[in-house]
Design a binder for this molecule. Structure first.
Ligand code: ADP
Ligand code: MG
Length: 160
């Protein structure tokens, strides 16, 4: 597990950008955290690090947005997912078995349908720290050896 502390949106975006440098085709990142925690900001950083030129915003109504970068980037937001069946309609399994990087906001809505191996990133406002509303904790939890490896390499580079 890797924990990074951020003090503004740029630092959270930068953490996503650094992670992107270690990603390869088929990698899956699940973001957890309340509304406004910074999941989309982190996703923008991942997109930036993958060389996506277009602006990235939350795909709330479409469930998934696709971007072209060094690798294809599939950005999902399942906040409005009402039933798991809607995921089947999306053809979600093809995304999990793809040539790109899949990042999912509100992935817990799809619990049970997710692959066993993935990287979970939990973003939390620092508790009891109302004086600094921009203070966040980013907790990276790897499921599977590929993701443990990514975190080890990332930790070495950023000294975090
Ligand atoms: P989510 O996708 O989790 O609902 P967003 O990324 O859309 O949240 O929004 C996060 C908001 O919080 C943005 O307005 C951003 O500028 C602000 N913010 C303040 N501090 C931080 C921080 N440390 N990391 C990420 N976002 C932050
Ligand atoms: Mg969002």
């Amino acid at each position: 597990m890797l924990i990074i502390e951020t003090h503004d949106a740029n630092e959270t975006r930068n953490a996503g950008r650094i992670l992107a440098g270690y990603l390869s085709p088929g990698n899956i990142i699940c973001l957890a955290g309340d509304l406004g925690a910074g999941k989309t900001v982190f996703a923008q950083g991942v997109a930036l690090g993958l060389g996506v030129a277009e602006p990235v915003s939350s795909p709330t109504f479409t469930l998934v947005n696709e971007y072209r970068g060094r690798l294809p980037f599939y950005h999902m937001d399942l906040y409005r997912l009402e039933t798991p069946e809607a995921l089947y309609d999306l053809g979600y399994e093809d995304y999990f078995d793809s040539d790109g990087v899949v990042l999912i906001e509100w992935a817990e809505r799809a619990a049970g349908l997710l692959p066993r191996e993935l990287l979970r990133v939990e973003i939390e406002r620092a508790a009891g720290d109302s004086a600094d509303a921009a203070h966040r904790w980013l907790r990276f939890v790897p499921f599977g050896p590929a993701y443990e490896n990514i975190l080890m390499r990332m930790e070495k580079e950023c000294g975090c």
